[in-house]
Design a protein around this ligand. Structure first.
Ligand code: ARG
Length: 569
């Protein structure tokens, strides 16, 4: 596809005198008009011609220049259609050659993207709210990696704050009363909740908790720090299990506590720049000068009692990350409820006059809701724990798979792939800022706009390939002209690398998810009327090449999103 687009751009540049980089091609409003369109307005202005007249003139002038491409004027637009046989030869050839690499590039070579994602809190289970950050962030990490960037995924675990004083005291007192062996995350949650109540109800406990927090903040090694560290590590081990199921890993696990030693430096930097001021005993940065909407909500660096805050730690983390990585972009994949927080951070950077402020982006997203648009709860109505949700959907997937394909060799592993694929795809298929509705039945449907639908399409393509191999078909020289009826599939396959690029650029994996759904739809429409096996050898070979390339692209796309693509299901 790219070869043709380059040829079109070069021919247009020659014919209009525009620089190639200024030849802006776009998708035609109606895909039946062509594969790409050139709006003639800008060129017409510089040539002092009417756009429609220029379009008409160009359409005949370009005919000689572009042998396998038809150019047709439609008002001020010039629409190009690549001859189907030529398109098939190019696109399918490229997909076959690049295989698992197709869609990727080296555009990011030498550049670093920092992605802060998942970032659950210690002593609390990862809940569905963290699920979206985890799924979105991991998809973005894979997208940027495919484009050649160095990706540094950071788990900014919530492991710091006065509440950990309470947790340490709870462990001191009640450790033996909960089962911290089998399920440390749940055991810790119980103690954490108990400590919260005790801090409110019992002044002795509260004083002990305060002392423990002071001890922690002092940085001294001893019983308190050891207990806190033990709890942190136990929680992290629990999170790791969930990450492993989702196929996710962070390059760095750096909790908020990691930035403790850098807080004073960060505060000092603000003071030296003259933007920190004391207000009602607290140290703040006024933000109105950088962002009018924040005139009433300064960024708090230090409270009057001397404690630092979430924002102080994030600010220190930002400085630290920029020093270490000189990132091209720093993405914070965090729910929309923290919009104000990230806007404040950026405003502080602006007030410091840091030119890299624009590289810091809050990649925000909507909620994950149950079918009734209420907060998602477990079957028993409690807070939903992520692992339980995964178990539940995988179990339902297993039942469906057993029913559809009783002879399948490894139903459990396929069910894990399908169940997790269903959750992940559901989370990524709409613009991230929208709320996601979670309907256990709908996300598992093999026919809807779902992960399992695409996985099933992929498995069907794999089965055609298998059958062709068994029948010894597909080895002939393909007659590409016989793919004239597959235009929509071919253009989707050809545009796939652009989709990957756009999804990364806009930090919007839904662009990829919806493109895959559209490919699946067009492919299934083609497939119902085109037999692959048992045709004239040149036809079978061409159609099989389309099947193979579609399987490659759907598989590559699913894996980028974080869904497995089994060959059988
Ligand atoms: N631990 C926080 C929470 O659960 C999210 C942290 C996001 N990352 C950050 N750098 N602030 O709400």
């Amino acid at each position: 596809m790219q070869t043709f687009l380059d040829a079109i751009r070069a021919a247009l540049a020659r014919a209009t005198g525009l620089a190639e980089a200024d030849v802006k091609l776009e998708a035609p409003r109606d895909p039946s008009l062509g594969d790409v369109a050139f709006p003639c307005f800008q060129a017409a202005r510089s040539l002092k011609q009417a756009p429609a007249a220029l379009a008409a003139e160009l359409s005949s002038a370009l005919a000689r220049d572009l042998p396998e491409i038809r150019a047709a004027a439609a008002g001020p637009y010039l629409n190009f259609t690549i001859e189907r046989g030529a398109l098939a030869r190019e696109v399918l050839g490229l997909v076959a050659e690049q295989g698992a690499r197709y869609g990727g590039s080296q555009q990011g070579a030498g550049k670093t993207i920092v992605i802060d994602f998942s970032s659950p809190n210690i002593a609390k289970p990862m809940h569905v709210g963290h699920l979206r950050s985890t799924i979105l962030g991991a998809a973005l990490a894979r997208l940027f990696t495919a484009l050649g960037y160095r990706v540094v995924g950071i788990n900014h675990v919530g492991d710091w704050g006065s509440q950990f004083g309470g947790l340490v005291v709870a462990l001191r007192r009640w450790r033996s009363e909960v089962d911290l062996e089998r399920d440390p995350v749940r055991g810790l949650l119980e103690l954490y909740q108990r400590s919260k109540q005790a801090v409110d109800a019992d002044p002795t406990f509260a004083a002990e908790a305060r002392a423990a927090w002071q001890e922690l903040e002092s940085g001294r090694e001893g019983e308190v720090r050891a207990t806190w560290r033990w709890a942190t590590e136990a929680s992290l081990r629990g999170f790791e299990r969930t990450y492993a199921r989702l196929g996710i890993r962070h390059e760095l696990v750096r909790g908020e506590s990691f930035y403790e030693p850098f807080l004073e430096g960060a505060i000092q930097r603000c003071q030296e720049a003259g933007i920190a001021e004391v207000s009602e005993g607290a140290l703040v940065v006024q933000l109105g000068a950088a962002d009018k909407g924040l005139a009433e909500t300064p960024c708090l660096l230090r409270q009057s009692d001397g404690t630092t805050l979430y924002a102080t730690r994030d600010l220190a983390a930002l400085f630290h990350r920029y020093e270490e990585f000189r990132f091209e972009r720093a993405l914070y994949v965090v729910g929309a409820e923290q919009k104000l927080h990230f806007r404040q951070l950026k405003a502080v950077l602006k007030r410091l006059g840091l030119p890299w402020e624009a590289r810091v982006e809050h990649v925000d997203f909507g909620l994950l809701l149950g079918r009734d648009r209420k907060k998602l709860a477990s079957r028993k109505g409690e807070v939903l724990v992520l692992d339980d949700l995964l178990d539940e959907v995988v179990e339902a997937a297993l039942a469906i798979i057993r029913e559809k394909n009783a002879g399948l060799a490894h139903p459990e592993s396929v069910a894990e792939a399908v169940g997790i694929g269903a959750i992940v795809f559901n989370d990524l298929k709409r613009e991230r800022i929208k709320d996601v509705l979670f309907d256990r039945e709908e996300i598992l449907s093999f026919e809807g706009e779902t992960g399992p639908y695409l996985q099933y399409t992929h498995a069907r393509l794999a089965s055609i390939e298998r059958k062709a191999r068994e029948a010894g078909e597909g080895g002939a020289e393909p007659d590409w002209s016989r793919l004239a009826d597959a235009g929509p599939v071919l253009t989707r396959l050809g545009r796939y690398p652009d989709v990957v690029r756009a999804a990364a650029e806009h930090a919007e994996p839904s662009l990829l998810a919806t493109a895959l759904l559209a490919l699946g739809r067009d492919l299934n429409a083609w497939y119902v009327q085109a037999r692959v096996l048992g045709q004239e050898p040149a036809v079978t070979a061409a159609r099989l090449a389309l099947v193979r390339a579609s399987k490659t692209v759907i598989g590559n796309g699913l894996r980028l999103l974080g869904c497995a693509a089994p060959d059988e299901m």
